[in-house]
Design a protein around this ligand. Structure first.
Ligand SMILES: Cc1ncc(COP(=O)(O)O)c(C=O)c1O
Length: 487
């Protein structure tokens, strides 16, 4: 039987091989015909090995334990639930701008950005300076005393939000921010029911796990009061890109699944963990309208799509022209410092005065000093504009690659939040899981670190630091091209 080795764990059977081979034969034929036009024999053409763009920096030598030693410690002392990318996990020891370095000093292009977190670039000097300066002066105080860091950052953050969204609560993570937002909505409305979207990821604590809607991220514990609406997924959804049609499900949930009143609707504008699914145009205005009529608040989860990542806008919800009642954020807000926030209106914020609400580290001076530095870097270096220009260029190049390889089912997203979905059959949209893993490993060997997501684990997630440039984009696409051609 004909067999193809895809990775050390996956061997394709004969039938699987034929399906896989079919995906690439189309590309091979196209390549061959263009070569014949140029009078060159197909067999003579070799795609050159892509080279990482030049970058003038050498990290200090690494003198720590080897990857194997760290892995052994991790296995012995850390939760068995922790997982690593790659057949041979990477020991990352240094970072500079859009690049990471392993323990041998080898440089990699970071196209995942610590899961859409490192927005200014690794170890940005302004952010590092702000952290070090504040740490040397005062590392922790709690909000029981005054300190300028939390106040200055809250003011700067509020200035980036529309309408009356100007009261900020700081948290330590995205999960905490969403937990708080959901509780605020329940307190404000006196209702319990919350509507979220299927395929969403909003965190993994008691309430947020309820809002998260992918079974592989949900444990079998009590999760109450969340209804999951049909996902307005333009690629896999039944209504294609007609956002208003999907939004009817929100109204139906309100009509048939609740008392007629709800606490909130929560959604990402572009689902990150769900595989870079940009909600169908027109969805949010229609869904928000139903929720508002039912007395609910609209929560925008900007944990991944905020801080200029979408390029066209500073916040993801702005791409659909809506103004939420509550905005939650984390990841990019601190360029890697543990920090999250909930921003809402003064009237809604008032509900937390009914009891004592306190968070020991929320608004910590070091974290908020870092947050302020991040905002300044995004503005000073025009990172949102860069995300737009480079992201559009990268998306065009990825879309062109889709014509070459049938395994690419969809290219989507905006700015530097892009997704490439792999399928073994374009018509059936059969997820190409093993191929995704294999190509990821190949890309790593070529020097490109890319993310993965989606319910089926068959979507490449491209969410690099926002200082990513066109040469980086070319390198990424060339590495993808090379890896696919070699399959
Ligand atoms: C959209 C979204 N919301 C919330 C979270 C939870 O954030 P954290 O992991 O910081 O708790 C995530 C994490 O990936 C996320 O992508």
């Amino acid at each position: 039987m004909q067999r193809l080795f895809l990775s050390s764990r996956k061997v394709l059977t004969g039938r699987e091989f034929h399906r896989w081979n079919r995906c690439f034969s189309h590309a091979a034929q196209k390549e061959a015909s263009s070569l014949h036009d140029n009078g060159v024999a197909a067999a003579d053409v070799v795609i050159p090995i892509p080279k990482i763009p030049h970058f003038d920096y050498s990290p200090p030598p690494y003198e720590g334990p080897s990857a194997d030693e760290i892995l052994a410690k991790r296995k012995e002392y850390l939760s068995p639930s922790m997982f690593c990318f790659y057949n041979k996990p990477l020991n990352v020891v240094d970072g500079k701008r859009q690049y990471l370095y392993d323990d041998t000093g080898r440089r990699y292009l970071d196209a995942f950005g610590g899961i859409a977190t490192v927005c200014c670039g690794h170890c940005h000097p302004d952010v590092v300076d702000a952290i070090v300066t504040q740490t040397k002066r005062l590392q922790h105080s709690t909000i029981l005393y005054l300190n300028r860091a939390i106040a200055d950052f809250a003011e700067a953050l509020a200035s980036k939000l529309p309408g009356n969204l100007k009261v900020v609560f700081f948290t330590n993570s995205g999960t905490e921010a969403n937990e708080l937002a959901m509780m605020i909505a329940r307190l404000y409305t006196g209702c319990h029911d919350i509507i979220s979207l299927r395929n969403a990821y909003h965190g993994n604590a008691a309430g947020t796990m309820g809002a998260t809607a992918q079974c592989n991220w949900k444990f079998n514990v009590v999760q109450t009061g969340v209804h999951h609406a049909q996902n307005p997924d333009p690629y896999r959804g039944v209504f294609g890109s007609d956002g208003e049609k999907y939004a009817r499900d929100v109204q139906e949930i309100i009509d048939f699944g609740t008392s007629g009143s709800v606490a909130a609707f929560i959604s990402e504008a572009i689902q990150g963990v769900g595989g870079i699914v940009e909600l169908a145009p027109g969805y949010l205005p229609a869904a928000y309208s139903s929720v508002k009529k039912a007395g609910g608040l609209c929560i925008a989860d900007e944990v991944q799509s905020g801080f200029g990542r979408t390029g066209s806008h500073f916040w993801g919800f702005e791409t659909q022209g809506v103004v939420p009642d509550i905005v939650t954020m984390a990841k990019g807000i601190g360029n890697g410092i543990p920090l999250g926030a909930v921003v809402t209106t003064p009237e809604i914020a008032e509900v937390l005065t009914r009891r004592s609400y306190f968070n020991t580290f929320g608004g910590n001076p070091v974290c908020t000093a870092a947050g302020l530095a991040v905002l300044k870097v995004i503005e000073k270096e025009k990172l949102q504009e860069n995300a737009f220009v480079v992201g559009s260029y990268l998306k065009d190049r990825l879309t062109a690659l889709k014509d070459k390889y049938e395994v690419i089912g969809d290219v989507r997203g905006r700015g530097l939040m892009l997704g490439v979905e792999l399928v073994t059959d374009r018509h059936l949209k059969t997820p190409a899981k093993a191929e995704t893993l294999h190509i990821m490993d190949q890309m790593k060997d070529l020097g490109v670190l890319i993310g993965k997501g989606g319910y089926h684990g068959n979507v490449f997630r491209i969410t690099p630091p926002l200082c990513f440039n066109k040469e980086d984009a070319d390198f990424l696409v060339d590495a993808l091209d090379y890896s696919m051609a070699k399959m």
